[in-house]
Design a protein around this ligand. Structure first.
Ligand code: HEM
Length: 538
């Protein structure tokens, strides 16, 4: 096996094989041959039945990239999604065997798995134009058509236009304007936790923080005051919970689509996709009615829906003047609002549950956060956006939690133009997976990675963290658009809850997680045990 010089920082990681037999070590022929375009498109089952299941599985061997052997039809899916192994353990083992860049197969699709920060930076930032899109099972065709209009699933120039229009909604000025809404929901959360503490009732973390995040989403998109902590049965809460749950039947359908893309039109015809059709319809119909009502009434509200209604796209001419100006269509507004219910839920409620678990296990960190809150915000004042910006220790504790427990485990990209990553030629149509969890727990990138140390993200230590190794929100132009809003939700929750309760302990004793759905999930639900807080004697 030949170890190829890649970049100074990556040579010790990357292991590429020598050129395929019969080829020279360099020159155009090698490059041409290495760019073997496996058939990455959705072929008809009818034209190639005998070899269909293995047709694309020689791709990595031909281009000289190492990786585990695939099984017909499924590629490396069985090991990746085997609950007994899981993606993280499989990726860790393969990294040991094949280095920090290796090739696998997602069903029939060749996918490069990358854990090298320099290559990650190249994909997510430097060569972003070649890796703009995400890849999905079924090449995105399994999305409900409405969801395909969202900034998360959109591709190429459509994504660029949407992202440009939505970015101002998350500016500091807009978030300042939205903070009072978040305060209201966090106050309800604080009261709920306080009552539970007084009654000596333990709380299931995912449920309680999920309800808080749903309440914020409902207020920000529907202008609704759900109070789902005290009102579990409402249709919004029920549909939202169902919407954000990827269950087994959906997994099975996705598997089918992965193996036989020819089935896609049938699945589409029956409205089978990532999200349940009935849930999408519920939100679509209600949001449409709401948008029309707002336009008709001409009323203005302090929420995301309003910001989307006002969003404008201004294409610039070469001389800097504006060429045209367009607004989001009604469907696009509805789609983004629906996306926010989905996108914020797993990320923010996941982050909160892992954070409170850590606070229970690290009382010293909890005390430091409370001290900082009392100094910056006060004992019973409402936090402002500026207050939240100044909570630097609190922010470090959140970041450390997200390093250890990134709710979104994998960053996905699709190569849309033949390119090279160092010595590797990457053909258009190749997928890329960056396992954010594995990178964050890598001892070469974060010493003692299983230890919770918020100080890593403070002061001078913060400066030594390579941005390409801290990936809970992704990186580059396509990183999470809701990052600042998510941090605001979490900090405001901490202000209202830690001032009224102490997180005394949490179960399970040892936190084990699983990764089957692509979202980090505790194997056993986290339960929090609380006590009313006495601010005189904390
Ligand atoms: C702690 C909470 C959150 C975490 C950990 C998180 C994580 C992520 C990650 C990993 C991505 C993919 C980034 C990439 O591919 O480089 C993403 C994308 C996205 N997130 Fe978040 N997220 C959180 C909260 C939110 C919230 C609250 C919202 C909206 C209100 C949101 C909206 C989005 C959107 C729209 C995208 C797609 C961006 C694009 O493709 O341009 N997220 N998020």
């Amino acid at each position: 096996m030949k170890k190829i010089e890649y970049s100074q920082s990556t040579t010790r990681y990357l292991r590429l094989s020598g050129p395929p037999s019969g080829q020279g070590a360099g020159g155009g022929a090698r490059t041409r041959d290495r760019r073997v375009h496996a058939d990455l498109r959705a072929d008809s089952l009818v034209t190639v039945p005998p070899t269909y299941g293995i047709q694309t599985h020689k791709f990595w061997k031909k281009v000289g990239v190492h990786g585990p052997s695939p099984v017909p039809f499924f590629g490396n899916i069985p090991e990746l999604f085997d609950p007994a192994v899981g993606f993280r353990a499989a990726a860790r083992r393969w990294q040991e065997l094949y280095g920090r860049v290796f090739g696998i197969y997602f069903f029939r699709k060749p996918v490069l798995v990358v854990t090298d920060p320099e290559v990650i930076k190249q994909i997510l930032i430097k060569d972003f134009n070649v890796f703009v899109d995400r890849f999905f099972v079924g090449e995105g065709k399994l999305q409900n058509p409405l969801l395909r209009l969202t900034v998360f699933f959109a591709q190429g120039s459509t994504w660029r236009r949407l992202r440009k229009m939505m970015t101002p909604s998350f500016s500091g000025a807009k978030l300042r304007f939205l903070t009072s809404r978040v305060n209201k929901m966090a106050r309800q959360l604080g009261d709920y936790l306080h009552n539970a503490a007084v009654e000596g009732r333990p709380l299931e973390a995912k449920w309680v923080f999920g309800a808080y995040i749903l309440d914020i989403s409902a207020a920000m998109t529907f202008g609704l005051d759900l109070d789902s902590l005290n009102n579990l049965e409402g249709p919004f809460t029920q549909h939202a919970k169902s919407l954000v749950t990827i269950d087994r039947p959906i997994q099975i359908k996705l598997t089918l689509a992965g193996i036989f893309p020819a089935l896609l039109p049938i699945l589409q015809f029956f409205n089978i996709g990532y999200f349940k059709y009935s849930d999408v319809c519920f939100f679509r119909d209600n949001l449409k009615a709401l948008v029309r009502e707002r336009v008709k009434q001409g009323e203005s509200r302090d929420d995301f829906l309003q910001l989307f209604l006002e969003a404008e796209f201004k294409a610039t001419k070469e001389d800097g003047s504006y060429d045209c100006c367009s607004k989001l269509s009604e469907d696009e507004i509805v789609a983004q609002a629906l996306l926010f219910i989905i996108a914020g839920y797993d990320g923010s409620s996941g982050a909160l549950q892992y954070l409170y678990y850590q606070l229970a296990k690290h009382q010293d960190v909890q005390t430091k956060i409370l001290q900082e809150i009392l100094e910056e915000v006060g004992e019973d004042q409402e936090p402002t956006y500026e207050n939240c910006q100044n909570l630097s220790y609190t922010e470090a504790a959140i970041e450390e939690t997200l390093r250890m427990y990134p709710p979104v485990l994998l960053l996905l990209r699709n190569c849309t133009k033949d390119t090279t990553l160092g010595e590797i030629s990457v053909a258009s149509g190749t997928g890329v997976i960056i396992p954010a969890y594995n990178v964050g727990r890598d001892p070469e990138l974060f010493p003692n990675p299983d230890e919770f140390q918020p100080e890593r993200f403070l002061g001078k230590s913060r400066l030594t963290v390579n941005p390409a190794s801290f990936l809970p929100f992704g990186l580059g132009p396509r990183q999470c658009i809701g990052l600042r809003f998510a941090m605001l939700q979490i900090k405001v929750a901490l202000v209202y809850t830690l001032r009224s309760v102490a997180v005394v302990s949490a179960t399970p004793e040892v936190l084990e997680t699983e990764d089957f759905t692509g979202v980090l999930t505790p194997k056993v639900p986290i339960n929090l045990f609380l006590a009313p807080r006495d601010l005189e004697r904390y």
